[in-house]
Design a protein around this ligand. Structure first.
Ligand SMILES: Nc1ncnc2c1ncn2[C@@H]1O[C@H](COP(=O)(O)OP(=O)(O)O)[C@@H](O)[C@H]1O
Ligand SMILES: [Mg+2]
Length: 217
């Protein structure tokens, strides 16, 4: 029992995913589907982990038809392994969007950055391609989650965020400094992009889980 409590106290928590799924499930978007972009300041903070936690919750708990668009240049690691056509083929070769959708885990659909063409067009502007995907998928899905590249690594991310209903900022606890988060906020504000919510990731709990859940927030 004591050992269990210690485990809970030390576990790296992903906080906010469940609440964000509830928020997205209730929200109204500009298009039929609600489109939410997830991004962090730097790589490795947990954006992909957060996207999938929210996607699963939306699918399993709220029965939302959910699409994840994976903008990682290495392809959709969790499902299609980078061989299926994706955003690059939509942008460069006019491949129909429907041909690029794949079935991912937990009944969530996935559209990857790209397959065969990805290496050949590393500089492709993802903006028109993403716009096409949102237009084409708006009736078929209730929610589209965009797993974007880090805001401070890739200026495209803020430009892409303008196509969505808002951004969820993913922050690794204890790593990302205050000043860095102010830069993230400024970059989004400059382009008039709203922050919908934030996920605090890898937050190490220093008290037992049962006590943590009793805290009023
Ligand atoms: N809450 C967590 N607890 C433990 N490991 C985590 C957690 N969140 C992310 N990780 C791990 O950290 C690494 C980076 O996470 P990832 O979601 O891929 O980050 P990003 O998409 O921001 O680059 C991965 O190996 C992932 O499994
Ligand atoms: Mg990622």
């Amino acid at each position: 029992m004591v050992a269990n409590d210690r485990d809970t106290a030390r576990r790296h928590a992903l906080e906010g995913a469940r609440e964000i799924a509830a928020l997205v499930a209730r929200a109204r978007g500009r298009a039929t589907a609600r489109v939410v972009l997830f991004a962090s300041a730097w790589a490795g903070e947990g954006t992909t982990t957060a996207v999938w936690a929210v996607a699963r919750e939306l699918r399993e708990h709220y029965r939302q038809r959910t699409l994840v668009i994976d903008l990682d240049r290495r392809g959709a690691r969790r499902s299609t392994r980078g061989t299926a056509p994706g955003l690059t083929e939509i942008g460069a070769d006019d491949v129909p969007v429907a041909e690029c959708l794949r079935e991912g885990p937990a009944g969530v659909s996935v559209l990857a950055w790209g397959g065969s063409r990805a290496g050949a067009s590393p500089d492709l502007d993802p903006l028109p391609a993403l716009k096409r995907v949102i237009d084409a998928c708006s009736d078929e899905f209730d929610v589209i989650l965009v797993d974007a590249r880090p805001i401070l690594d890739d200026p495209d991310t803020v430009a892409l965020a303008r196509l969505t209903d808002g951004v969820v900022v993913v922050v690794e606890a204890g790593r990302t400094r205050f000043e860095v988060l102010e830069r993230v906020r400024a970059a989004l504000q400059r382009e008039d992009v709203g922050i919908l919510a934030a996920v605090l990731n890898k937050h190490v709990r220093r008290i037992p889980g049962w006590l943590y859940r009793l805290l009023l927030q």
